[in-house]
Design a protein. Structure first.
Length: 296
């Protein structure tokens, strides 16, 4: 502020505002007082005549703020509308089914059926008994006797019924239960198979002697290979005939009981040199009768 004050004892002019320095000159207005000359102490400040002003003109307002406000309002309105549209779409999906079928759709399912819960037919079991550790591959016709010991034959024919089956029959020896000998049947029988055609056989008949069925021994005299005379006890018995599927060693039927008669001494005989015993062979006619009945 300036140090100029009115004379002591005089009241300041109420129409004069305190001195705050000369205002910055404005273009188009006359100079305020005499620039550069401050009033002398004790003298009233000298003022120039107040400038005359015309009708004030209001300053022009910029439309930039209005434009920005309109743009912001429009963006907010668009976002609000989009949000409402998304909400409606989400609500609509809860009420209307999806027209696009899913991979599990059953559009072609007949009425009253449901393929999703109906069990499908399973694949037929494999003919190969690979889960049986006793399964063997036959190289000769005599190898099919392994069926009587519980071993399936991997390369045997599949049993599909008695009317077309080919069959072999084996019987054991009471003194050697694990030894099986082949029993021949007539070559004119439909179920007959040559030894070379063993892979066409689908049925194996196994005959085991019924325990305790031995009859009274019959004495038969023979001359041994060394020229000495020997006496052999020839024993009758009964055998149980059972039929098995060659490929699986599963039981498929019973052939009944087959007698092993010892009424006559055979011209040739095999006997045990220790016990001097020999067991009669099962009757061939009874074996064929049992095969005819089972495989008819």
């Amino acid at each position: 502020m300036s140090n100029s004050h009115p004379p002591y004892g005089e009241q300041p002019d109420p129409n004069v505002t305190p001195w705050s320095g000369p205002p910055a000159p404005s273009a188009g207005y006359p100079a305020y007082g005499q620039p550069g000359q401050a009033p002398q102490y004790g003298q009233a400040p000298q003022y120039a005549q107040a400038p005359q002003f015309g009708v004030p003109v209001p300053p022009q307002k910029s439309n930039r703020g209005l434009v920005i406000g309109l743009i912001v309002g429009a963006v907010v309105l668009i976002l609000a509308l989009c949000g409402a549209g998304i909400g409606l779409a989400l609500v609509g999906n809860d009420d209307e089914p999806d027209p696009t079928p899913t991979p599990s759709a059953t559009a072609n399912t007949a009425p009253g059926t449901d393929t999703s819960s109906t069990p499908q037919p399973s694949e037929p079991p494999s003919e190969q008994p690979n889960n049986n550790n006793n399964a063997v591959t036959a190289r000769y016709s005599s190898d099919l006797s392994s069926v009587c010991d519980g071993s399936p034959i991997l390369n045997a024919a599949t049993y599909s019924g008695p009317s077309t089956a080919k069959a072999y029959v084996f019987s054991n020896n009471p003194e050697r239960p694990t030894f099986w000998s082949s029993k021949l049947v007539g070559s004119d029988k439909r179920y007959y198979a040559k030894s070379a055609d063993f892979t066409t056989v689908s049925v194996v008949g196994c005959m085991s002697m019924v325990p305790g069925s031995e009859g009274a021994p019959k004495k038969c005299d023979y001359k041994a290979s060394d020229g000495k005379s020997v006496s052999v006890s020839y024993i009758s018995s009964r055998y149980q005939l059972t039929f098995f599927a060659a490929k699986t060693a599963e039981k498929i039927g019973d052939g009944g009981v087959v007698n092993a008669p010892a009424t006559r001494c055979p011209s040739f005989i095999s006997y045990n040199k220790t016990t001097m015993k020999a067991y009669a062979a099962p009757d061939s006619g009874t074996i064929e009768a049992a095969l005819d009945k089972f495989l008819s």
